[in-house]
Design a protein. Structure first.
Length: 255
């Protein structure tokens, strides 16, 4: 796990046991770039600085107290203290720190708990280096990052859990929500923005797609969070899923 600090550069701690992932080559390449402060494909990452590294979640709080960080890259599965428990310990004491969880498809049992713990982003460990660097900057700007594939897997897991508990899937709260209409007071434009949010678009990308200003997008996002009673962007995405604004198939097929 690594963290990045808060003077002129972002300080990004990385807490990790990435050997658990069979698809972490791209991630390791990017972390090497961050750790060495070298150029990545000809571009120097001057706004990023690795503050510290930890090999397990039980080291996080002490390291953060010694050197607070802006963004923490957190491995979900670790040997002694997993990423969820580490996040639950970290954020109450450092509410301005944001956590990006790094996960695999095998970690889906952890993702739902990580959302509740307050993580601001979820990426797969086979993420492309450019995508990870962009995600760090996106989360630092105040937005959330949620891989559409991870979102779809979380919903499928919730449906499976509900189905196991209640054999009649159509009688479950998740299934009922999935067929329920979105909040009636969401405008057509807000529904469009919510769908793009669920598909992983940043505010900048939404502004380009909708041909509106960034200020307008931020206003739409703020209204969406209020109208859907969502604590943050991640919860708004889950709302979009459970209310049929976007389908699991759309998420899984989205790049």
């Amino acid at each position: 796990m690594e963290g990045f600090l808060n003077n002129h550069k972002m300080k990004i701690p990385i807490i990790r046991q990435f050997y658990q992932s069979q698809n972490s080559e791209n991630l390791e390449k990017t972390l090497e770039v961050l750790e060495s402060f070298s150029e990545f494909r000809g571009v120097t990452q001057e706004d990023l600085d690795v503050a510290w590294q930890a090999s397990d979640g039980d080291e996080v709080l002490d390291l953060a107290r010694a050197q607070p960080a802006d963004i923490v890259l957190m491995d979900v599965q670790m040997a002694r203290v997993n990423g969820i428990a580490a996040t639950e310990r970290l954020l109450p004491e450092f509410p301005d720190t944001q956590v990006i969880m790094l996960t695999t498809f095998d970690d889906q049992n952890f993702v739902h708990g990580a959302i509740s713990a307050g993580a601001s982003g979820f990426l797969l460990k086979d993420v492309e280096p450019e995508e990870l660097l962009a995600a760090i900057r996106t989360v630092h700007s105040g937005e959330a990052v949620l891989s559409p594939r991870i979102t779809a897997q979380v919903l499928q897991q919730l449906r499976s859990e509900q189905s196991a508990a209640q054999p009649d899937l159509h009688a479950t709260p998740v299934a009922a929500a999935a067929t329920a209409p979105p909040a009636e007071d969401l405008t057509p434009r807000e529904l469009d923005v919510l769908k793009l949010m669920a598909l992983g678009y940043s505010n900048t990308e939404i502004a380009e797609c909708e041909f509106v200003s960034m200020a307008t997008v931020k206003t739409h996002v703020r209204h969406i969070l209020t109208k859907t009673s969502s604590r943050d962007r991640v919860h708004a995405v889950l709302y979009a899923l459970t209310h049929g604004v976007v389908s699991v198939e759309e998420l899984l097929s989205h790049p």
